[in-house]
Design a protein around this ligand. Structure first.
Ligand code: SF4
Ligand code: SF4
Length: 262
């Protein structure tokens, strides 16, 4: 678990034993569902028809549902420890960031949400627009190289993207259109400072106290294995990965959900 530039309220090694044990138990449950989802993948139907057993989706839904439970548990622990997390339903200033570090299966999950809601074309167009903005930032960067490591350069580019103040393609009327399918990067991001400080044009933006409740390596490993079983090889940036998934993996088709694959 990592925080940005302030005393970390979530230093795992400093958490009480019972809290650590509870979090490990949540991780086990999340991993169990991710492994069951992986076991459900049948290579032939997936490769040839983009078909997956319905049970795959059931386990994916459950994995993310349990993950949300674990986050609520973390927030209640923080609250009991005297920290006040200021995030509230409907707050969306952070939805002008470009979510990064996504696994392919998280992007596929969003794709499913967009298709099922009948808005894939619109989401695709919006993602393309954001991808072009990101491309502009990367081009400018290449023409004006700074002496930065790859990690720092990406962080710097992401920071610059945020200052453009462009809403995520999936944000509609201040709400996430695919809240249930939103990626981990969106689930784990919180603030201790006033919400409007998260706005990139706010004068206190640089002093906003935001932090991520990082997923455990166990959960990340299981998500990566799920990616491998689906042979997804997508950009880890939300808009780029979504465009790649739509064109290269799904070719604008729905995922076919199989009742009884055997
Ligand atoms: S991180 Fe900031 S913008 Fe996002 S929900 Fe929390 S307070 Fe609101
Ligand atoms: S996917 Fe949803 S929660 Fe995440 S940035 Fe986009 S609108 Fe916000």
């Amino acid at each position: 678990m990592r925080a940005q530039g302030f005393e970390n309220p979530l230093d795992f090694s400093q958490l009480p034993v019972d809290v650590r044990a509870a979090l490990r138990h949540y991780d086990e449950r999340v991993s169990d569902h991710l492994r069951r989802a992986r076991d459900a993948v049948i290579p032939g139907p997936w490769k040839n028809h983009r078909a997956l057993p319905k049970i795959f989706l059931t386990h994916l839904d459950k994995a993310f549902g349990v993950y949300d439970e674990s986050l609520r548990f973390v927030l209640s622990h923080l609250h009991r420890s005297g920290w006040t997390v200021t995030c509230a339903p409907g707050c969306h200033y952070c939805c002008t960031q470009l979510p990064s570090g996504l696994t392919g299966v998280e992007i596929l999950y969003l794709y499913h949400g967009a298709f099922r809601a009948g808005v894939l074309d619109r989401m695709f167009r919006r993602s393309m627009e954001r991808m072009e903005m990101w491309g502009e930032i990367c081009r400018w960067d290449r023409e004006n190289p700074a002496n930065l490591s790859i990690g720092l350069r990406t962080a710097e580019r992401l920071g610059r993207y945020h200052t453009l103040d462009v809403p995520c393609p999936f944000l509609h009327a201040g709400l996430c259109s695919f809240y249930r399918q939103r990626p981990l990067a969106c689930r784990i991001h919180f603030s201790l400072s006033p919400p409007h400080w998260c706005r990139p044009d706010h004068f206190q933006y640089a002093h906003a106290v935001r932090f991520n409740v990082e997923p455990s390596s166990q959960v990340m490993d299981d998500l990566q294995r799920l990616d491998e079983s689906l042979e997804l090889n997508l950009s880890d940036l939300l808009v780029c990965g979504f465009v790649e998934c739509t064109v290269n993996v799904m070719a604008f088709r729905p995922i076919r959900w199989l009742e009884n694959p055997h």
